[in-house]
Design a protein around this ligand. Structure first.
Ligand SMILES: NC(=O)c1ccc[n+]([C@@H]2O[C@H](COP(=O)([O-])OP(=O)(O)OC[C@H]3O[C@@H](n4cnc5c(N)ncnc54)[C@H](O)[C@@H]3O)[C@@H](O)[C@H]2O)c1
Length: 339
């Protein structure tokens, strides 16, 4: 029996053992007024990333009975939903698996929330909903047009949420992250995906000799050095945005979507140079041809989050972001080492 502190808000964090979810749990656990329950099937997450004292339930969101038990036992007031399969490449190879986990799983979660009268939902959406947008920076109100199954699963959930508000009064916030990166300032928790597809940890693998080189896909884009530009947003800043979003949802009782990026961007070459500067390690790079579907520049316009949520980023330079990630990686050469 989990005894309720009557003043605290109880937050069920689904996917809280993953990269971004664990950083949210870390930040939220430092705030007054919240009780946290983490739900994760540990398919990709890491139990070691959850702070001591946080209630943990190993469960799958596609398991309706498990959801029923967890909602009955903990009676959460709000749900933050980080669970998803997250690789674009894998989603192209296995779309059905992606729609099942990311869409069907979310429907089960929403159905259980509805049954238990849980009204507040914060959803990890993605810049992938925008595909190859005609205008950058990408504003919050441009029409999504995903170009792969992963992005489509996120867009479908955004539409399901809008219709669920209409039908059942659900209040939700969609946070569309751009390129999440960096690690907690302690260096205790950080990014450990398997397979790893994100640029900064892949570059560290090259710096640490765990891969022979880092590939750069295309140097003939219309950017300052010809390599693609992406918007890198620190994972702690994403965590802060979740807390601001939760406060907004409860205060205003209004659904909304927000793009979360830095409003600027760095080329692949600039990120590589930042890793060389921060680590002091030289490594090989290989120039490859463009990958199909890669846009030249993807940058967020995050002014809506800044103005409406009062969200302020703490990390603004690629050097600071890389330095925080390096603190984790150099002390966790094999990540959480739990597979
Ligand atoms: N990492 C990024 O750059 C990025 C960018 C945009 C959006 N997102 C979204 O943010 C969320 C978190 O991403 P992340 O990088 O932390 O990924 P992650 O893989 O580290 O975290 C996802 C967590 O969800 C868990 N999970 C997956 N399916 C589950 C299921 N059916 N039942 C229970 N648990 C399940 C995994 O075990 C993992 O702990 C995802 O929804 C992702 O689509 C991530």
């Amino acid at each position: 029996m989990f005894l309720r502190n009557s003043k605290a808000m109880r937050i069920l964090v689904c996917g809280g053992a993953g990269y971004i979810g664990s950083h949210l749990v870390r930040e939220l656990s430092t705030q007054q007024g919240y009780e946290i329950i983490v739900l994760d099937n540990l398919s990709k997450g890491h139990i070691k990333s959850i702070p001591n004292g946080i209630k943990f339930e190993k469960a799958d969101i596609r398991d309706k009975k498990a959801l029923e038990r967890i909602f009955s036992e903990y009676k959460p007031d709000a749900v933050m939903h980080f669970c998803a399969s997250i690789s674009i490449e894998e989603s192209v190879a296995d779309p059905l698996g992606y729609y099942e986990n990311n869409v069907v799983g979310t429907i089960y979660l929403l159905q259980t929330m509805k049954k238990h009268n849980v009204k507040y939902f914060i959803f990890s959406s993605s810049s992938a909903i925008f595909g190859n947008p005609k205008e950058v920076p990408i504003a919050d109100n441009i029409q999504p047009d995903p170009i792969n199954p992963y992005g489509d699963t996120k867009y479908i959930v955004e539409k399901i949420l809008a219709w669920s508000e209409n039908a059942y009064g659900l209040k939700y916030i969609c946070l569309r992250y751009f390129n999440a990166c960096g690690a907690h300032e302690s260096g205790d928790i950080g990014e450990d995906h398997d397979p790893e597809t994100h640029l900064i940890p892949l570059i560290f693998q090259a710096a640490l000799g765990q891969r022979s080189s880092i590939s750069i896909f295309g140097n003939d884009y219309d950017t300052k050095d010809g390599t693609c530009v992406r918007d890198y947003i620190h994972v702690t800043d994403l965590a802060t945005a979740h807390i601001k979003a939760l406060e907004y949802l409860i205060r205003e009782n209004k659904s909304q979507s927000f793009n979360l990026g830095s409003g600027g961007g760095y080329t692949v070459n600039e990120v590589i140079n930042a890793v060389v500067d921060v680590t002091g390690i030289q490594f090989s790079t290989i120039m490859e041809s463009r990958r199909p579907g890669d846009s030249a520049v993807l940058i967020a316009n995050s002014t809506r989050a800044e103005q409406i949520l009062g969200w302020k980023r703490k990390y603004d330079t690629i050097e600071d972001i890389v330095a925080s990630a390096w603190k984790y990686h150099k002390s966790h050469i094999n990540g959480y080492n739990d597979r």
